[in-house]
Write a protein that binds this ligand. Structure first.
Ligand SMILES: [Mg+2]
Length: 342
């Protein structure tokens, strides 16, 4: 028996090394909640919630207030029967990042209890993955300087944030491409374009001879028709991120044939829905990438083990810990340039 004795929450604030600017949003710091699940034998499991108001409608204060609810939900349950705990914590519907942190802390405690790392509990498909690195919105000169640095550091997949100014975004793409030839690009508009602007953008980039591996969330999160319009008029694969939070969102996107890719984030789905989304998307023969919100190394550790365990992702956008000032690295993985490995 490996019963849960208590659950603790701890609020941790991390500053970004430099402000992170995406379409219509600038972030200076992130407030994350560390979740500690302690078993009767003293073993502890750790998870991290990085709440997002923009995407999930979550507030830190509201999540902190859930401690008693979570305790009542899972204290006394056995981490060896974690599916039962997932069933119960699925009811944290309006607190998906908390659901992720609690579910992962349970897996982590189970992992420590039996001496098997979480990525192996989840399938052990891979030993290493490669992350991209993100260029946030800025002047064209700033974006080019950042691209040069990223290439120098050895990253081969560059994520480019767009969606505030169509003409400037096209100019930035040209200038970034000049200094990063051979790299792959994930371009993320974070809901910033209209469907017609998005199609104009991709057609122009295609005409210029630049290849985009994934064009992420071009249009507003509830505009499924718009996503579909962009998908069928884009020479490049189109991904849903903000539009794809739960497994039910993903079912609908697939029925509507609205996207080529789903960007899974544990903070939107928790571990339970993320596992379901993996199977739905694989069954439909579409593509998967994995991303993150403002997680520190403790939180991205969750996505690294999820990605290694399932082995299903074409792209790994897990770079936030590289952008935060963290007093101590807390991942149960190693970082070697762009490679995360166990
Ligand atoms: Mg995104």
């Amino acid at each position: 028996m490996a019963k849960i004795k208590k659950v603790e929450f701890k609020l941790n604030t991390f500053e970004y090394i430099k402000p992170f600017h995406i379409a219509n949003n600038i972030t200076y710091q992130t407030e994350n909640i560390e979740v500690i699940v302690e078993l009767e034998n003293g073993i502890q499991g750790f998870g991290e919630a990085s709440p997002s108001f923009r995407v999930n409608g979550e507030r830190v204060e509201a999540l902190m207030a859930l401690k008693k609810v979570v305790q009542e939900m899972i204290v006394g349950m056995d981490v060896r029967e974690y599916r039962k705990i997932f069933e119960r914590t699925d009811s944290l519907r309006s607190a998906s990042s908390m659901k992720a942190a609690v579910q992962y802390a349970v897996l982590d405690a189970f992992s420590e209890e039996i001496g098997v790392p979480v990525y192996q509990l989840l399938g052990g498909a891979k030993r290493e993955v490669e992350t991209d690195y993100t260029i946030s919105i800025g002047s064209i000169e700033e974006r080019v300087e950042e691209a040069k640095r990223i290439v120098d550091w050895g990253y081969r997949v560059i994520k480019i944030k767009v969606g505030e100014n169509l003409e400037e975004d096209i100019q930035a793409m040209i200038a970034i491409h000049e200094v990063s030839k051979g790299c792959k690009y994930i371009v993320d508009a974070n809901t910033g374009y209209t469907p017609k602007e998005a199609v104009k953008f991709v057609k122009e980039i295609y005409r210029l001879g630049i290849d985009i591996s994934i064009f992420e969330q071009p249009v507003p999160m509830t505009d499924i028709e718009g996503l579909k319009y962009v998908r069928w008029n884009s020479p490049f694969p189109v991904a849903a991120d903000e539009s794809a939070r739960t497994k039910y969102d993903v079912m609908r996107l697939l029925k509507e044939e609205a996207v080529d890719y789903i960007n899974i984030k544990l903070m939107k789905s928790g571990i339970s829905d993320a596992l379901a989304i993996v199977e739905i998307v694989k069954t439909a023969n579409l593509g998967l990438m994995i991303g993150c919100m403002g997680e520190s190394s403790l939180g991205v550790n969750q996505s690294v083990h999820f990605a290694l365990g399932t082995g299903v992702f074409d792209f790994h956008d897990l770079d936030t810990p590289l952008m935060l000032k963290e007093p101590k690295f807390r991942g149960k993985y190693k970082v070697e340039g762009p490679v995360y490995k166990v």
